[in-house]
Design a protein around this ligand. Structure first.
Ligand SMILES: [Zn+2]
Length: 109
């Protein structure tokens, strides 16, 4: 079977490889200036990588250098510390089940 066209982009967490909609993931971006920062708005330009809003994924990504690979950059100590600090503020488990998409289109014209 041919793959379906991807209208709604799905993002993959670089740590656990779980695929989710953009909403459940946090974007980390490498800006054109080479700086790596957390992109809360999802609108910064640059190469992006996604992580679950879950502490364990941030731990894992930093330990395994998954972000380094995804962003093709070597994170310096200050950046690692900044990302680790962000991860520590996240809950241990993402709020699963909040993922229901109730958008339905009724066409009864
Ligand atoms: Zn994850």
């Amino acid at each position: 079977m041919p793959p379906k066209p991807r209208r709604q982009p799905q993002r993959t967490c670089v740590a656990c490889r779980q695929v989710a909609g953009k909403r459940g993931l946090v974007r980390v971006v490498r800006t054109p200036a080479g700086e790596v920062s957390i992109d809360a708005t999802g609108r910064l330009s640059g190469r992006g990588a996604y992580l679950c809003a879950r502490r364990s994924c941030w731990d894992l990504a930093l330990k395994r250098k998954a972000l380094d690979r995804a962003l093709k950059v070597t994170l310096d100590a200050a950046t690692v510390e900044r990302l680790a600090a962000f991860g520590r503020d996240l809950p241990d488990e993402a709020d699963e089940g909040a993922d229901t998409d109730a958008a339905m289109t009724n066409q009864d014209a």
